[in-house]
Design a protein around this ligand. Structure first.
Ligand code: TAP
Length: 479
């Protein structure tokens, strides 16, 4: 046991207010009710700030502001003008990247190395990329004159708070829609910082509105009758509720839900490279990744060798202060998520799989879970079927490529998969057979704003990113 001692110099770059209101019509506004919540640093359990809980009436104010801005300004503005704002936002994000990275690590628990080197560059890249599309929508292959939808209601999870915001807001604005976004209850701070960035960029009032709160706020937002588009990223369970409530309303819906990706390693794969890919696949962002490679499918003949190398590598990972640049594994985002990870890991043991955890000191305060893997996992085990959303890897074996495909596809999810082999023909064959929205070959968890991302089956529908991501925010019916 050791005391958690946050690195003080990193904290100096952020200015967190003790209390936040809602961001409506370009202004900070008090919520109509008194309900407030606190967001904490999951590495220390200290309170970072208080924020408002938006009621149905607050959501209504935000949607009205978005409607007014759509009708009077943004929906009329030529694409080249909208592009200027998006470029400006992208530049400000780059300028403030250090501060935003620290804020993200404080609120989410992810290692600063990841928020600094992965999240923030991708956030800026997303705004740059969609800024480029704003005046070229007629060339996106979606008809000569595709029109915006109107007001977009966007609800995002806590695992990549600012990146999920960018995935939602950048294409929506590029296509001429206005937005009301609700960040997750446990990670509102970077969305609130983004509100300030909108002001700094002189974005017209009402084009972006941020309403904080819990699930009820999200519910009020997606159910609002004056919303034209709902974009949701989160659990399959909540996605189902939203699909039901939106059905028949005429609102366009995209759902990015859970995953249980297979990371498939063949006996001819470059072993050291595969080990790094497995670690990146499941231990990046503490495994709080929808497309995490949470099922390792390893060819039987190399199982022993691969697992020895993997355990050696896992023993070198450093878990601890997210603001320390040497940290590999940060804090679990909330006590509720930690409880879920523990419950599923315990189920793994009681169903007969063998558990191995890297031995690392666990800080006394905060929410932590060491890198863990299970061997002897059967396809029927809960840890092979359910999304754990934590740093836990389930190891299964296969003998032939066909068996690998069958096991990989034996999941209600279909978001992503990884294939490790030296044979190009096998990569192409596997990519064709795997029922996954993204298939990585000899790499994992690689993202780029130009490439579409999204799932099959219970992982949702619609694509975000790339040219395909525009379709979600445009009326592409023949006029
Ligand atoms: P959820 O519990 O589903 O929450 C997602 C968001 O929805 C949060 O902002 C949440 O608010 C809000 N919400 C909760 N109940 C709602 C309701 N009835 N109506 C409308 N909104 C509601 O998911 P999570 O635990 O934050 O995120 C983890 C999940 O997200 C995982 O399953 C993961 O796979 C998935 N995910 C998917 C992707 C893609 S791209 N497919 C990317 C990242 C994450 P509160 O936070 O206030 O409850």
């Amino acid at each position: 046991m050791f005391e958690y001692a946050p690195a003080p110099e990193s904290r100096d770059v952020v200015d967190i207010r003790p209390s936040y209101g809602l961001f409506i019509n370009g202004e900070w506004a008090d919520a109509l009710g008194d309900a407030r919540e606190k967001t904490i640093n999951p590495a220390s359990e200290e309170v970072l700030a208080e924020f408002a809980v938006a009621s149905e009436a607050d959501v209504d104010r935000a949607v009205s502001a978005a409607r007014k801005a759509y009708d009077a300004v943004w929906g009329q503005m030529p694409g080249r003008e909208r592009a200027k704002y998006l470029f400006r936002i992208a530049r400000i994000i780059q300028e403030r990247a250090r501060e935003l990275a620290v804020l993200e690590s404080l609120d989410n628990g992810k290692p600063i190395r990841e928020s600094r080197d992965v999240d923030l560059p991708l956030v800026a890249a997303h705004f740059f990329y969609y800024a480029g599309w704003a005046d070229k929508l007629g060339y996106a292959g979606l008809g000569a004159d595709p029109r915006p939808l109107g007001v977009a209601a966007q609800v995002i999870p806590w695992n990549f708070p600012l990146l999920m915001l960018a995935w939602k807001i950048a294409p929506a604005l590029a296509c001429g829609n206005t937005v009301v976004l609700k960040p997750a209850e446990t990670t509102p701070l970077t969305a609130l910082a983004f509100a300030e960035i909108c002001r700094q960029a002189d974005l017209p009032p009402g084009v972006v509105n941020i309403v904080t709160g819990a699930g009820e706020t999200g519910q009020a937002l997606v159910n609002h009758p004056d919303v034209n588009k709902v974009a949701f990223t989160g659990s399959t369970e909540v996605g189902r509720l939203i699909a039901r409530s939106v059905a028949g309303s005429g609102k366009k819906l995209t759902l990015e839900l859970g995953g249980k990706a297979a990371n498939i390693v063949f006996d001819d794969a470059a072993l050291d490279q595969a080990v790094e890919g497995i670690v990146n696949g499941i231990f990046f962002n503490q495994g709080h990744v929808c497309c995490a490679g949470s099922r390792l499918l390893v060819q039987e003949s190399i199982e022993g060798e691969l697992l020895d190398a993997l355990k050696r590598r896992l023993s070198t990972l450093r878990m601890g202060d997210p603001l320390d640049k040497n940290t590999d594994i940060g804090a679990i985002n909330s006590s509720a998520q930690l409880a879920k990870i523990k419950e599923l890991s315990d189920a793994g043991e009681s169903e007969g799989a063998a558990r191995w955890s890297a031995s690392c000191p666990i800080p006394e305060k905060g929410f932590w879970f060491p890198p863990t893997l299970f061997t002897g996992v059967a396809q029927s085990h809960r840890i092979a079927r359910e999304e754990i959303f934590g740093p836990v890897l389930s190891v299964l074996t296969f003998r032939t490529p066909a068996e690998a495909v069958e096991k990989a596809n034996n999941s209600p999810y279909g978001l992503s998969a990884g294939v490790w082999t030296e044979k190009g023909s096998r990569i192409l064959w596997m990519a064709d057979k795997l029922r996954a929205g993204v298939v990585w070959a000899n790499t994992f968890n690689k993202f780029d704003p130009t490439s579409p991302f999204g799932g099959y089956k219970e992982s949702g529908y619609g694509r975000e990113g790339g040219r395909h991501g525009l379709e979600a925010y445009l009326d592409v019916r023949p006029m």
